[in-house]
Design a protein around this ligand. Structure first.
Ligand code: TXA
Ligand code: MG
Length: 312
């Protein structure tokens, strides 16, 4: 059911779960200090319990009860990038329930750049919010996607479509050097440019036994349709959605979606296209190979999400 922010806050304070919009994707919000509510979030999503949740805050004053030590450059980072699509992993306070962090000694925190999210969290206090999809499905970027996954069982705050459309960058600040665990709209290059802080780029972690970010080992972002890169011998077919970003491909067809070099729009619509193909019963999505990451800040994140949809 659609709820106002005030009703959503009341429901969350009573231990309920309410989906809410952020600038990246919709999150499934619960009171971060209510273990029972957090446990219910895992059950509702069908998420493995060792995959920790991001705690969302509305103000820096909420950090003290969540994180222990912060590196000396932390304030600079938050000043530039918060509210925004950047999540920090830091040592957690003992009061943060283990169920939130999947037993890790660290906690992920983010201040989302969305007025409804900030208003909600201001009323409830810190909220755990995984992307609101059922586990393994593409993240929801509109209220319609929530209904696809949960039917009318879900309570949500309606913020319309999300502005960015891909999940936040996750930056680990607990090591010697900041390291990107998941690519998003904020890149290593942007952080470096702003402050000269060296940031380790994301590494392919599927080959590691104990990945630093537990989420990377699970299936993600996958529609029912088979996702693959477009190849030179492809011909348009009603059974394949084409996602095309350049003007090099001139074929025409009903299922050819063009982004004309607009990678912001491609990111914003990627998961919606995945879900649209499923609703139409289209069996394949073929995506034009992306140019080098220097081309646009969202290319690394797009490449990462598309590769996961292809390979897992
Ligand atoms: O944009 C986003 O980040 C969205 C919106 C709702 O804020 N949230 C989101 O949450 O994508 P989720 O749960 O779907 O993804 C969180 C990622 C997972 O890959 C998880 O493993 C990682 O963050 N993570 C959470 N806590 C962590 C920790 N303590 N250490 C390392 N990685 C962590
Ligand atoms: Mg997710």
């Amino acid at each position: 059911m659609k709820l106002t922010v005030r009703k959503a806050a009341e429901a969350i304070k009573k231990g309920g779960i309410v989906a809410f919009p952020t600038e990246t994707v919709y999150g499934l919000g619960a009171d971060a200090f209510n273990q029972e509510a957090v446990r219910k979030t895992f059950a509702l999503k069908g998420r493995p319990s060792d995959n920790p949740l991001i705690v969302h805050i509305s103000g820096l004053h909420q950090l003290d009860k969540l994180v222990k030590t912060k590196p000396n450059y932390f304030n600079k980072l938050t000043k530039s990038f918060w509210p925004g699509p950047l999540t920090f992993v830091l040592e957690k306070q003992p009061s943060v329930p283990d169920v939130v962090t999947g037993g890790l000694s660290t906690v992920a925190v983010r201040m989302p750049d969305h007025p409804l999210a900030l208003d909600l969290i201001e009323q409830t206090g810190p909220l755990t919010a995984p992307s609101a999809n059922k586990s393994g499905r593409p993240s929801p970027t509109s209220p319609e996607h929530l209904i696809h996954d949960y039917g009318d069982k879900i309570d949500y705050v309606d913020g319309g479509p999300c502005r960015i459309g891909l999940e936040s960058t996750v930056l680990d600040l607990t090591g010697e050097q900041p390291a990107i665990l998941r690519e998003g709209a904020i890149t290593a290059k942007m952080i470096k440019k702003q402050y000269g802080i060296e940031v380790a780029e994301a590494i392919t972690q599927s080959s590691l036994d104990a990945p630093k970010s537990p989420g990377v080992k699970y299936t993600h972002y996958k529609p029912d349709a088979t996702v693959r890169w477009l190849s030179n011998n492809d011909r348009p077919s009603p059974n394949t959605v084409w996602l095309i970003h350049s003007n090099n491909i001139t074929e025409e067809g009903d299922q050819i979606i063009r982004f004309d070099g607009d990678f912001d729009r491609m990111a914003r619509q990627l998961y919606d296209e995945f879900r649209r193909a499923d609703l139409l019963g289209i069996s394949e999505i073929a995506i034009e190979p992306l140019p080098s990451p220097n081309h646009h800040p969202l290319i690394s994140a797009l490449e990462n999400r598309i590769s996961k949809a292809i390979h897992q």
